[in-house]
Design a protein around this ligand. Structure first.
Ligand SMILES: [Zn+2]
Ligand SMILES: [Zn+2]
Length: 169
């Protein structure tokens, strides 16, 4: 977990701090599958801007994850750029809009913030290719490698046999 100690920033109103930070990214679950950030430590640009009324936090980084393709389960990597902003009011007065979920007392939870932002940036379904054919629902073979259908042949011959039976009755 990467936590940034805000006390070390010692910003006064109107001042800005820009810093390169190393953030540890934890694995996350999407559509029931686990995705692992690679590498699991990313270099991010953090900027903290203090005003009288509050503080603006900005974070930018690029990261990739690896995990199974949503349709055919083969190992897939996706890379995304993330740029996010959070605001924490000096006196939020109980307004949740004015409070950042990632600022706790003097600490900024960079790992949680980066992970959530990255997960939101990723497509809802990670595919190894946009036109992935997936797995055959009947036999489970990879339809990208072995395109096939369990066509009506089997079904047809069954019906034919039934028809024949009916004819005999
Ligand atoms: Zn696929
Ligand atoms: Zn099949």
């Amino acid at each position: 977990m990467t936590i940034f100690n805000l006390r070390q920033a010692k910003l006064r109103s109107g001042e800005q701090l820009r810093e390169e930070v190393e953030i540890e990214l934890e694995p996350f679950v999407l559509g029931g599958q686990e995705y692992v950030p690679e590498p699991n430590v990313v270099t991010a640009q953090l900027s903290i801007t203090k005003a009288v009324t509050g503080t603006v936090y900005e974070l930018s980084f690029r990261a990739s994850v690896s995990g199974p393709c949503f349709r055919c389960l083969r190992e897939t990597s996706v890379e995304e750029s993330v740029h996010v902003r959070e605001y924490q009011a000096t006196n939020p007065g109980g307004d949740p809009e004015l409070v950042s979920d990632y600022v706790h007392d003097d600490h900024l939870d960079l790992s949680a913030w980066a992970r959530d932002a990255f997960a939101l940036q990723l497509p809802a379904k990670i595919l190894h290719a946009p036109d992935c054919a997936g797995l055959c629902p009947t036999c489970g073979k990879d339809l990208n490698e072995e395109p096939h259908t369990h066509d009506e042949l089997a079904a047809d011959s069954r019906w034919a046999a039934l028809d024949e039976l009916r004819g005999q009755l």
